[in-house]
Design a protein around this ligand. Structure first.
Ligand SMILES: [Fe+2]
Length: 374
């Protein structure tokens, strides 16, 4: 069937996105047009694109890999203006690239190690519970063992009980490493995994998911590509019309739960290291390691794929299990997966102190259990 001709408005929007540097696939998804239409418009503006390509963010990155440089030095090396360099660096930062300014005003590439713990704030409500939220973690999307059915069931339940806020403690995608390649359901590349997440991670009206990035799995991309992957995911999701994914920080973030005259600090954390013999041990050791004044009141913990509620040093530590069956990596290391999700209700007193803390855990079993049920 012959296709109707493309409108001038669509052509001009495609042109704009091409000049911004978006890929064919990204533009097709964003504007809901075919990749063929994007290719047609691209043919017409090839000279413009060639002119724009003259200096790119990759050129700046390539130079900075050798060491810190001032804007004038970069401009000199690339044959462009200092203004163009500053604008490229600002664009790189917006997409989460690690470019810092040294004390003498030069640009330098930095790494995740220089990211500070970010602090956010949520106001509590009057009534029976000051806070009521959902908690999911370690989804490992893009791995064939990921349990999207469980993740969907979680958001279904959150919507049913009126939860508006969900926390995710990292490992939302599986990332790429030598040992997980045969288990991936997406083609190689960070953008492929992030787009899979944007397409498949549950979205429910009124629910916002606040997430941190783990320093493994999605974090492998961060370490390899030199960009802040959690920030980049939010930006990419927003470009594609998803406004419900909010990035809180890398590896950990603090959320001040404000109520009355005070607050309780809740830390969302994706620690490192392997599982211990006893599930609670890692939480106990982390609680012990905090210096005076650094201790939060609540911790939502990812990484271990276990469910556990502990109270070491008067910190409510909640490990959130996972929504992924045992992977080959875990089987080799003899690690069990606690598949499921949780909801949490908190009651704070007038000074913000946590006087009641209720966790509900929703366990799920392996796929076979559900397949036999029907
Ligand atoms: Fe994980």
């Amino acid at each position: 069937m012959p296709q109707p001709p493309m409108s001038e408005v669509t052509k001009s929007r495609i042109r704009e996105e091409l000049l911004k540097g978006l890929s064919h696939e990204q533009i097709a998804r964003k504007l809901k047009v075919s990749t063929g239409s994007v290719a047609k418009v691209k043919q017409a503006i090839l000279p413009d694109l060639a002119a724009k390509k003259a200096v790119s963010a990759d050129d700046v990155k390539r130079l900075l890999r050798k060491g810190p440089l001032g804007a004038s030095e970069i401009a000199g090396a690339l044959g462009c203006t200092e203004k163009a360099v500053r604008s490229l660096v600002s664009g790189m930062r917006k997409t989460g690239a690690f470019v810092m300014e040294t004390i003498d005003g030069r640009y330098d590439l930095t790494s995740s190690d220089n990211l500070e713990t970010r602090v956010h704030e949520i106001k509590g409500h009057r009534g029976d519970w000051t806070h009521h939220f959902g908690f999911v973690t370690d989804n490992h999307l893009c791995n064939k063992h990921s349990r999207l059915d469980v993740l969907r069931a979680a958001y279904e339940h959150f919507a049913e009980v009126g939860i508006k806020t969900v926390f995710n403690a990292g490992n939302w995608i599986d990332g790429e490493a030598r040992f997980n390649k045969s288990e991936l359901v997406t083609a190689p590349g960070m953008d492929k995994q992030l787009d899979y997440m944007i397409d498949n991670y549950p979205v429910r009206p009124g629910i916002t998911t606040h997430y941190i990035a783990g320093d493994d799995h999605e974090g492998w991309y961060q370490q390899r590509e030199g960009i802040e992957v959690g920030h980049y995911l939010q930006m990419r999701a927003e470009e594609q019309g998803r406004k419900d994914l909010r990035y809180l920080g890398y590896a950990e973030a603090d959320i001040r739960l404000r109520f009355g005259t005070g607050e309780a600090v809740m830390r969302l954390v994706h620690p490192g290291g392997g599982s211990a013999y006893a599930i609670s041990y890692t939480d106990q050791k982390r609680a012990e390691s905090y210096q005076g004044g650094e201790k939060p009141h609540i911790e939502l913990v990812g990484h271990y794929h276990k469910f556990n509620h502990g109270y070491p040093r008067e910190i409510h530590t909640l490990q959130g299990g996972c929504t992924c069956d045992q992977t080959m990596f875990m089987r080799k290391k003899r690690l069990q997966a606690h598949v499921g999700f949780s909801t949490v209700k908190i009651k704070q007193d007038i000074n913000g102190a946590v006087e009641r803390f209720v966790v509900e855990w929703f366990p799920h079993f392996d796929r076979g259990y559900y397949e036999k049920r029907f």
